[in-house]
Design a protein around this ligand. Structure first.
Ligand code: T6T
Length: 336
């Protein structure tokens, strides 16, 4: 009797050990499967322009290094929330992603479509432009993104005002040509410029135009402004299409060198214009670096639960007449 009880006890013990072994085997297999499953990331750019092409390069490079499965959405042809939301929803309707990297072109309109993705378990990182006021560290209806990564646009605007002061003897009337009121980046650039100009008592911004990120509109608006205000000393254009439109208008009117232009964004066209003296200053952002950072931090969070800073700032540099042909500066010119 005792022997047979001892025998069944042995069987129970052996079975339990086997169960533990089999179970732990399953768990580690499952963990391994999860680790081996490549992360799926979607990049949704703001619009078809060299700034975002360069950002895409950075994203592709880092994603390849980290063996991430990357999808780059169709580029919106026009700057506007409706186009971007439609493109994003088309892709995410039937496909799951671990992370969406996006430049929301409208700080309000993109909040709920992105929140819907977040509620489905998709993490969000905003690059370049933000949602809400971009402060994701205080709980709010738009604080769900993991992080915002981009340029310090206010600082850039302030520094441009100081350069403009140097170019124009710290006096005169100035004009700003920019994109839309809902675009966080260009609004911050404009505000920074206004703040910078306010430090110089004899400098005054007399007009601001919104061009909807359309080069032709920027061109037309600048021509009109030059007619109404013929004594304008300088123009600050807040991004690629604004700057290219402004530069066309000023050079087409034979006013290059008389009306100074500070251009934001180092597209090849603007760098060529600087070489030809049609533009006086170009601020170059670091879009590839922004893209690389977005992938890297997203990866760290998703694979290792690393705490991601809610705000990450990338730098900027200035091209001017004296450094534009320096070979060291070539790497800051945006891709085509
Ligand atoms: O200036 C960049 C970007 O930073 C901005 O948010 C929108 O315009 C650009 O893409 C340049 O055209």
């Amino acid at each position: 009797m005792y022997r047979s009880r001892l025998h069944s006890l042995h069987i129970i013990i052996i079975l339990s050990i086997l169960m533990i072994f089999i179970f732990s085997g399953c768990t580690s297999e499952k963990q391994e499967a999860q680790e081996n499953k490549s992360l799926k990331v979607l990049f949704v750019p703001g619009v078809s322009d060299p700034f975002y092409y360069t950002m895409e390069r950075g994203i592709r490079k880092k994603a390849a290094e980290l063996e991430i499965e990357l999808t780059v959405s169709r580029y919106p042809e026009v700057w506007g929330a409706e186009y971007q939301i439609q493109i994003m929803e088309e892709i995410t309707r039937h496909e799951e992603f671990d992370l969406v990297i996006i430049s929301p072109v409208d700080n309000e309109a993109l909040i709920s479509p992105l929140k819907a993705l977040y509620d489905r378990g998709i993490e969000v990182v905003t690059v370049d432009t933000k949602i809400g006021d971009g402060n994701y560290s205080i709980p709010s209806r738009y604080s769900f993104p993991l992080s915002h990564i981009g340029t310090d646009n206010t600082l850039g605007g302030i520094e441009i005002a100081v350069h403009m002061a140097e170019l124009t003897g710290e006096a005169g009337k100035f004009y700003i040509n920019t994109t839309t009121k809902e675009t966080s980046t260009t609004e911050e650039r404009k505000e920074g410029f206004l703040e910078g100009i306010s430090r110089f008592p004899d400098m005054e911004v007399i007009r601001v135009d919104y061009n909807d990120d359309l080069q032709n509109k920027a061109l037309e608006q600048t021509l009109t402004t030059l007619q109404i205000e013929p004594d304008i000393k300088g123009i600050f254009a807040t991004n690629i299409f604004s700057s290219q439109g402004v530069s066309q208008a000023v050079s087409g009117s034979g006013l290059s060198g008389t009306v100074r232009i500070a251009a934001w964004d180092a597209s090849e066209i603007l760098i060529t214009a600087l070489r030809h003296g049609e533009v006086d200053l170009v601020l170059g952002q670091k879009p590839a670096e922004i893209g690389e950072m977005a992938i890297e931090w997203g990866y760290k969070y998703l694979t290792d639960n690393t705490v991601v800073p809610k705000k990450l700032v990338s730098g900027f540099i200035f091209f001017n007449q004296s450094n534009v042909n320096d070979p060291e500066m070539a790497k800051y010119i945006y891709a085509k």
